[in-house]
Write a protein that binds this ligand. Sequence first.
Ligand code: PEP
Ligand code: MG
Length: 889
Amino acid sequence: MKKWVYNFGGGLNEGRADMRELLGGKGANLAEMALIGLPVPPGFTITTEVCTYFYAHDRKYPDGLEEQVGAGLARLEEASGRKFGDPARPLLVSVRSGARVSMPGMMDTVLNLGLNDQTVGGLAEASGDPRFAWDSYRRFIQMYGSVVLGVDHHRFEDIIEHVKLDRGVSEDTALTAEDWQEVVAAYKETIERETGRPFPQDPREQLWGAIGAVFGSWMNPRAITYRKLHDIPADWGTAVNVQTMVFGNMGEDCATGVCFTRNPSTGENVFYGEYLVNAQGEDVVAGIRTPQPISEALAKPGEVSLERAMPEAYAELLRVREILERHYRDMQDIEFTIERRKLYMLQTRNGKRTAAAALKIAVDMAHEGLIDRAEAVRRVNPASLDQLLHPTLDPKAPRRLLAKGLPASPGAASGIVVFSADEAESRAAKGEAVILVRIETSPEDIHGMHAARGILTTRGGMTSHAAVVARGMGRPCVAGAGSIVVDYGAQTLSAGGQVVRAGEVITLDGGTGEVFLGAVPMQEPQLSGDFATLMEWADGFRRLKVRTNAETPLDAETARKFGAEGIGLCRTEHMFFDPNRIGAVRQMILAHDEAGRRAALEKLLPFQREDFIALFRIMAGLPVTIRLLDPPLHEFLPHGPQEIAEVAAAMGQDPAVLERRVAELAEANPMLGHRGCRLGITYPEIYEMQARAIFEGALAVAAETGNPPVPEIMIPLVGIKRELEITREIIERVAEQVFAEAGRRLTYSIGTMIELPRAALTADAIAEVADFFSFGTNDLTQTTFGLSRDDAGKFLPFYIEKGILPRDPFVSIDVEGVGALVRIAAEKGRKARSQLKLGICGEHGGDPASIAFCEEVGLDYVSCSPYRVPVARLAAAQAALGQAVDRTA
Ligand code: PEP
Ligand code: MG
């Protein structure tokens, strides 16, 4: 019989931390904690395989599950000395989901299961507190009613409000046991009315209802959205954990809390967390009551830390923190409950953290000797570095403080205020920067949080839903800004007499928790400290060089600052959009004959020379790959009568003649038209001018600095060996002319882009006349798929949604198809010329998954946009270290 159920705690541990695929993260770690002797209430885990079976078999359970759950339950009864449904000593359990990776708040949970009209008495007896027992029972009915039976939770809240009104009290805590008894009766009535059946009294029926609901919640819309956003496959399934209840809400000597073994926002090595006295787990995460800090060090005036309130339990928790960090060798996010001063562990997992914290923790742990440098490099998600490269508020900029909340997720953002997730999504889709403002967020808001630049809540702590989710997404977040009053109806927020309406701009500083009126100027990030250290370690592991795609001095400088080791692609046509030159460029393109073109090129030469001089200076002897002109003509031709008239006037031509020339040049399919080397071959004077500008510029910088630049001249869109031969001859001829004029020589090389399938397939022939290949995977993807780069947006998202393609192939390389061509070209090219240098300069050069592919194929370098250079350095190191790890940031 297949094993569907695994026990943990109470002296029987059948799982381990490395069984998370089968037991889910929560189940595997509960088993592991119990195994290393930590105080874990006994329970059992129903495996993820049951979930997969459930969905593959029309929501039916596999044979044998019922018996195994029965046996698990019997063991819990024995371990606890209680019985399911026993009126005197009832066993109560929690039923929780637990996927392979954590999906905070996305799936359902039921607590206090096993309570009914009889056992509530037993709980009252055992706790000596009837009020507590009836409060637990009503919580259970409420949770079970909404999660399992689908009754709207407002119905329950209305009942409580009604009773409070009746008693003339405003706090839940003012209600007595009798009041809760009345609430329970009303709840049960509501459930019978809404569902047509009485609330189930049989604990076993309750249990199976809850198990079904947890498995069912795997396919609820918010879980589906979350999986989509985080690339989690639907067939992983969730496990279900059934665990003996311990109570954090049995009185003032009970508590519940969530903490991180280090600060998840900054990464600082301080114990970090929050707790609530006399509360149940969900109260902390839900952000309904504002929790108190765990330690004295974190406590502000008026707050009572756990360290002060319950010193023994705190000391035990500190001991657990030490054990867990040493055991898992990573920052842990833990949930605990204190029942009658005794500590119980309910969860541990690798804690989600900001990119800054991920960096600091990785570097610190390597310094502390917990992990080695290679592991530190593996730990940080390259894509998350983006967060660190983002601007922060300029400290010198004037600002008007509106309010202050908790610094829940760092980074700064300005945007217009919106009050609903749907509006955040729709306005962001129109290109507006929005700040989502909510009293508190719930899992239903996830799409709006994703669309927003920043998130502001007025309630909840550092572990509230908003804070946890924002950190995971890398969105700046200020949480619990209690001095702000949000009025959803009036669509305003106000604080200190200031009113901000929907649509007005505010600025958040997620690093300090401050909220400002209007937009505050931002500044570029600092790239020193832990960032520099980790990058240096990464550089020690990587084999691939990292260059940048840049044509402006600003981009080149930024890229150098980020550690670029040269330019891998300078798109010279981008240098021609400048208003000073576009006229001459158009004149060149529109000229009727060579003489007309040469006249225009004459004007462009000095501009081009200065362009290259600037880049060579910045790159100070590093390789600079300059691609000769590759203009899809439609991007340069004047459009409409007015532009034509302007260009005609500038060229001293009759607009009608010009219009005819424009019509002549127009192409049905410019991406596959007269572009790339086809232009250089039909109009050699263009490449002659560019080659001259490169060599003259390089010689000038060599003379000026004594450090000769290394130009690598690259020919675009080659598909036929002869094309490269012809263009190579042009360049070599110009080089000799310039060297003779200057009386000095330079080292340079000539290579080609591989952007067409024909080039890849005949790479051995092409390599005979190329010093290097650079894979132009943008065009290579376009031409391999026969898919226009400019039009793909119309249907590609549909393809991704439907799983026809796993990913956008313009973002992450299509290894199967485009990758196969890259592999063929690399192999054939190297066979023909062993010293052939190989690089990539399509957008894929900055994508971690594509970089792993480049490492595998053995390319020499990747080239990407300046802001992606650090991402590429880290991804290249991880690719060289050769395995993916479970990353939490
Ligand atoms: C490419 O095609 O991948 C490339 C880098 O060139 P461009 O994007 O300029 O066509
Ligand atoms: Mg291209």
